[in-house]
Write a new protein. Sequence first.
Length: 304
Amino acid sequence: MDTAMVERAALVALLRRPRVNWSETALDIQENGSARAVLDRTVGHSDTLFPDGDSTAGLIDAAAAEVVGWQADGIGVHAFFDAAYPAQLLGIREMPPLLFSRGDLRLHDRAVAVVGSRKASTDGLRIARAVATTLAGRGVTVVSGLATGIDTAAHSAALEAGGRTVAVIGTGIRRYYPPENRRLQDHIADVGLLISQFWPDAPPSRQSFPMRNAVMSGYAVATVVVEAGETSGARIQARLALQHGRPVVLTSQVMQCDCARAFAEKPGVYVVHGTAQLLEAVDDILSYQPTEAGLENFPDFALR
């Protein structure tokens, strides 16, 4: 087993522990410089959650078998210390230590998230499609969450325009949620990228979708919120994007919510009225973002 597989398998073994904190585990690995070293230190200690009979070698072998099985099923398995891990995710607090993918994973991807309500209005769907079509035409990746409503409109419009789209999902990568987007999900995996931070067979949960929004915000250089309710994932993503230092564009539809009016006062927030203003705001944001050749400026905490 080569060193890269040993490290990846050690990470899987660590994350498989019950009640483990994934973020703390990633930080521990960063500080120690090796997932294997952290696993070696953990196994056999009196406070370990592993059964007494477990050994480091046995845990790594079992985890490596899991990784090989996932890969045989066409699933990419990416540890945060792998050279090909998306660079833009390395700089956010919610960075997933492990990322699963189907499709074309890129180290650097110039992307804008387009998000909004599942129960979208006709006007909201029109705006989402217009923004996604324009972004695709300019070579910018359209990121969304594969939900019904605004997300579906954004993904579909980007694909119809011949552009790249990335779906960040709130379930395991073998799951289809919502079920009616099964064909769209498979198509995105074929021609774009599908990513998940959850174990491949994980079902949807109340916690998984806000976690998905954090990754979507981190993946994108900016977030466009087309429509959102007071408790929607789009509202959560707007807050997270600002925490990540990413610009946020809010439409006049979103400004009907109290939370959006509070966001509007913050630096980095664009409030727009109409599609033309929205596209101008996106153009302004992209003009300050590095091109693909300059994306190496993203923080790089990867272990080598």
